[in-house]
Design a protein around this ligand. Structure first.
Ligand code: ZN
Ligand code: MN
Length: 488
């Protein structure tokens, strides 16, 4: 997987690395490969790649080498790419992926730094096929992460890619958006007999610009290889392109044309040596990783695995939830109820909040705002203290998302609070029971279902404002009292 690193400038020159500028306006003699120019390594790019290395638990080498990888293509003006070959920045490590039934570790072979090539396009002008190249992307820093051949199915490949995307976003080293080309995956596929340990010739799939396409492309390639093998033919090493429209793969180049890159150490760059400061900083910046936070949520708060996964998809999501729980469970003696607070918070964040956010975003556009943890905590406190009913709560949350106003203000303004005052509720109950002497008689004679009828009457009497739980509680008490008195 090639990961485009988020730096301001390119890997070996001062040109801006950003996108969206007119074609060929972010170039200089260095990234255009003019003779006599010299590359200088971007320290920030090295630091970001080292951060990734530490995050996967790999060995980040203090000393590594750049190399030239030679091939001819119009998007590569030097005729070679500066990359790392024999001596990469990082080796080893692993990334846990989520598969059915839990986690599985996929080992990492290596992570190396290299420059991106320019971008070719082939627009049609007046019926003529044209070819253009934009060198703005040429020289943008990439970290290439290579896994061991341990992924066993298209869905595992998809899970791995999702994990890489989540990781680079957590680490803030890349935008991580496949459709934008921040992440580019080349999938190597080979099949073997079940139980065999033999590694058969593999093919390489390119042009996979979404996780869905990676999954589909590998599925198609497995079937293609299977048919060849069943027909008695050998699978030969080749590069294939996934054709999204046709839903199949087609050959890009075969074994005969398989290039020999003639790697050799880059003579224009000294060995890449990382100093203590950079190493220490990169290690610290790796911070707490998505899988660590996921496990912590599960273990500390007894959250189901699926909930923990949902709540930690992005770092802001995980941070928000963390501070929501802290606010909700501390400060007002609720410490012992922390687990209940977590459960309530998780249900609302995963369920109604997500649904409401999505709907408001769709219907009213970007004015939809996600309540800050503090606002969300204040809202949930109203729910947990039964100041508002569940249905009212959903309506209040929707207004919060639409307007950004605090829950208690909305509740007060619209008179949505439930009546919990005991004396008031007792008065209504007495009124209802006194007005229905026959029903009370029947109830006391054993017709227990009448209790819900009484609750309904009290609720109507209160215009729906009484807290149904409090009503039921006091009513039970009152009826029990009458029963005891009747039996005397
Ligand atoms: Zn440049
Ligand atoms: Mn590469």
């Amino acid at each position: 997987v090639h990961i485009q690193l988020q730096t301001r400038s390119k890997l070996f020159c001062r040109c801006p690395a950003g996108f969206g500028a007119p074609a060929n306006t972010q170039t200089c003699p260095v990234c255009l490969g003019h003779p006599g120019t010299l590359p200088v390594v971007n320290r920030r790019a090295v630091a970001l790649a080292a951060r990734l290395g530490f995050a996967v638990g790999g060995r980040v080498h203090r000393r590594s080498l750049f190399a030239r990888k030679h091939y001819f293509y119009p998007d590569l003006p030097k005729g070679y790419q500066i990359t790392q070959f024999e001596s990469p920045l990082c080796e080893g490590g692993a990334i846990p992926i989520l598969v059915e039934g839990g986690e599985r570790e996929i080992r990492i072979k290596r992570i190396h730094l290299e420059e991106d090539a320019g971008k070719m396009s082939h627009p049609e002008r007046e019926g003529q096929r044209d070819s253009s190249v934009d060198f703005n992307r040429g020289g943008v820093p990439l970290a290439e992460i290579v896994s061991e051949p341990e992924l066993r199915s298209p869905s595992e490949a998809a899970a791995y890619l999702a994990a890489v995307r989540q990781l680079v976003q957590y680490l803030e080293i890349s935008g991580g958006r496949m459709e934008m080309g921040h992440l580019r995956c080349d999938a190597n596929v080979s099949i073997r007999r079940r139980g065999s340990l033999e590694m058969n010739p593999r093919t390489e799939l390119k042009n996979l610009n979404s996780i869905k396409n990676v999954e589909k492309g590998i599925e198609a390639e497995i079937i293609r290889q299977h048919l060849i093998r069943r027909g008695g033919g050998p699978v030969t090493h080749m590069t294939l392109l996934w054709d999204q429209v046709a839903g199949g793969v087609r050959s890009m180049r075969s074994k005969e044309e398989r290039p020999d890159y003639r790697y050799f150490p880059e003579p224009d760059l000294p060995p890449l040596v990382l100093d203590d400061e950079l190493l220490k900083h990169a290690q610290r910046e790796a911070g707490e990783l998505p899988w660590d936070i996921r496990r912590r949520f599960q273990e500390d708060w007894n959250l189901p695995a699926a909930d923990a996964e949902r709540l930690t998809r992005t770092r802001p999501d995980a941070c928000d939830f963390q501070s929501l729980v802290v606010q909700l469970s501390a400060g007002d003696g609720r410490g012992s109820d922390a687990e209940q607070a977590v459960k309530t918070a998780a249900n609302w964040v995963i369920g109604d909040l997500r649904r409401i956010l999505r709907r408001v975003l769709r219907e009213e556009g970007p004015c939809a705002r996600r309540p800050a943890p503090q606002a969300m905590a204040a809202f949930l406190r109203l729910v947990m203290d039964r100041v508002i009913s569940g249905d009212t709560a959903r309506a209040v949350l929707e207004v919060m998302v639409q307007t950004g106003r605090p829950a208690d203000q909305i509740v007060k303004e619209q008179g949505l609070a439930l009546i919990n005052d005991e004396a008031t509720i007792r008065g209504w109950i007495a009124e209802v029971l006194n007005n229905n002497p026959d029903a009370v008689e029947e109830y006391l004679a054993g017709k227990a279902v009448l209790k819900s009828y009484f609750v309904g009457c009290v609720m109507r009497r209160s215009d729906g404002k009484a807290c149904p739980r409090t009503v039921a509680m006091i009513l039970t008490e009152d009826l029990a009292f009458r029963k005891a008195k009747g039996g005397e």
